[in-house]
Design a protein around this ligand. Structure first.
Ligand code: FAD
Length: 280
């Protein structure tokens, strides 16, 4: 008989359970428990065995190498905030998730795999050009983070795979980082809009620039055409018009489309100003 709860220490064991029982990966549980809670006085119900990842050491490491940063999927947001070498844009995004109690449990892998359009670490990871390391018993593959996300709550993950880690290039010390989240309150508020920006400037030349937005589309998006025109040196007015064309949010319980669009454009303008200041 299958146990309802599986708590392996080794990744290989976790992958075996994942394949054998299509077990549900459970990292911090801060999304899963909310999604599976019953009516008052009833317990939490899961349709398949639950696979706890919190004891799997291989998923809990942060590795800082010369050119690359690797963050294990089961690293918590508090551990990210406590680490001295996390790039500023990711640090700021992680600090804006929920409040300290949730951040002590919530993991970066859970934030990604839950695939909310309002997941705060995703825009930051998108501008860092992050890739995901996805593993199964017999396979290993890497995907750019935005290719992994298919829609609200939908990802490319197969029911025998686990997200093992997030990997991105280590930014140079003089890189420009931008983060702005707009929510109803300072803590425990999902984003109405979240924006992240990143740029590398060398000898007064813009070498790389990326801008991502959360909660304005079914998944987090980047603005690749606008980024290209920005590298070409197009004027701010033109860039804002282009961005307005690509940002098409919806109305929902947290905000109106009109508000989201205006605020997203204000953030993009603020990012452009930050870049201007970085040139001086
Ligand atoms: C009060 C409250 C406030 C919140 N505020 C915010 C906020 O401001 N910003 C924000 O972005 N989020 C917020 N959240 C959502 C949540 O806390 C985050 O998304 C968190 O990072 C989820 O991580 P977790 O480890 O708890 O994921 P879990 O709940 O354990 O898992 C989430 C999903 O990911 C899957 N999963 C987890 N790890 C893996 C893995 N390694 N491989 C494959 N699948 C995996 C699970 O099966 C599940 O489908 C809030 C939640 C609550 C309850």
């Amino acid at each position: 008989m299958v146990e309802d709860f599986l708590r392996p220490r080794k990744l290989i064991e976790a992958l075996k359970y994942r394949k054998e029982y299509s077990a549900i990966p459970f990292a911090g549980g801060t999304d899963l428990v909310v999604q599976h809670r019953g009516y008052s006085s009833t317990g939490i119900r899961f349709e398949r065995p639950v696979l706890y990842l919190d004891q799997v050491d291989a998923l809990k490491r942060i590795m800082i190498e010369k050119d690359t940063i690797t963050i294990g999927a089961a690293v918590t947001l508090t551990e990210i905030l406590d680490h001295p070498d996390i790039p500023e844009v990711l640090h700021l995004a992680a600090a804006d998730v929920a409040a300290v109690g949730i951040r002590n449990r919530a993991t970066i892998g859970g934030n990604i795999c839950n695939a909310s359009p309002a997941a705060d670490t995703i825009p930051a990871l998108a501008v860092l050009d992050a890739e995901l390391l996805i593993v199964s018993e017999n396979t290993e593959r890497r995907l750019p983070i935005l290719n992994f996300l298919q829609g609200p709550g939908k990802t490319e993950l197969k029911n025998y795979e686990i997200l093992a880690a997030v990997i991105f290039p280590r930014p140079p010390l003089n890189a420009v980082h931008y983060w702005r989240k707009i929510g109803t309150r300072k803590a425990n508020a999902l984003s109405k809009v979240a924006t992240a920006g990143y740029a590398e400037i060398d000898q007064d030349m813009l070498k790389q620039v990326r801008f991502a937005l959360g909660a304005v589309a079914p998944t987090v998006i980047r603005l690749p055409e606008v980024e290209r025109q920005l590298l070409e040196g197009e004027p701010q007015k033109y860039l804002l018009e282009m961005a307005a064309h690509f940002i098409r949010p919806i109305n929902d319980q947290r905000s109106t489309a009109q508000y989201r669009k205006q605020v997203a454009l204000n953030c993009f303008e603020e990012f452009l100003t930050t870049l201007g200041v970085a040139y001086d």
